[in-house]
Design a binder for this molecule. Structure first.
Ligand SMILES: [Fe+2]
Ligand SMILES: [Fe+2]
Length: 177
């Protein structure tokens, strides 16, 4: 049995995961438009992962005998100055998501809702992985460079990262460069 406060916060998190999914899908189209095939593939796939995060929450709320309430999802930005900006924005967004998850965990704990507290531990671990992944990508951009041949090489790396995540079901960054 979920309290109204926890239901509201879980619904908010569902909305946030939808937004993350749309944000990365939009960025994937931006990359595709710039001829960055690898980045586009990686981001379209990551958009699907965010839908997985949404679905996990969706099922949990239903299993608890509560009803999900889907709200408006704000439109993501469509313009970016560079691929560096795209990944910096993602990293910032993931830090924001971590903050929301932490607030949700704190609310569950203070309400003694230990079932939700336990359920949320997966998200705590996942946010650690997300931050690590996007920090590694930004580091890679800094090393390779994101103009001229560097940009081509970076995009090739993203293609490999995408392929690696397909094989191991989305885990370690696994750069080969
Ligand atoms: Fe997520
Ligand atoms: Fe994420």
């Amino acid at each position: 049995m979920l309290s109204n406060k926890i239901i509201d916060k879980l619904n908010e998190q569902i909305n946030c995961e939808f937004y993350s999914s749309n944000l990365y899908l939009q960025m994937s189209s931006w990359c595709d438009n710039q001829g960055l095939e690898g980045c586009a593939m990686f981001l379209a796939n990551h958009s699907k992962e965010e839908m997985g995060h949404m679905n996990r929450l969706f099922s949990y709320v239903n299993e608890c005998g509560s009803m999900v309430k889907l709200g408006d999802i704000k439109a993501p930005p469509t313009e970016y100055a560079s691929v560096t900006e795209v990944f910096e924005e993602i990293y910032k967004h993931e830090l924001f998501v971590t903050k929301l998850i932490n607030e949700l965990v704190e609310a569950a704990f203070s309400e003694k809702d230990f079932s939700t507290f336990n359920f949320l531990q997966w998200y705590v671990g996942e946010q650690h992985e997300e931050e690590k992944l996007f920090k590694a990508i930004i580091d890679k951009i800094k090393i390779i460079g994101a103009d001229g041949r560097g940009l081509f090489h970076f995009d090739e790396q993203m293609k490999q990262l995408y392929a690696g995540r397909q094989l191991d079901g989305a885990g370690e960054p696994g750069f080969n460069g």
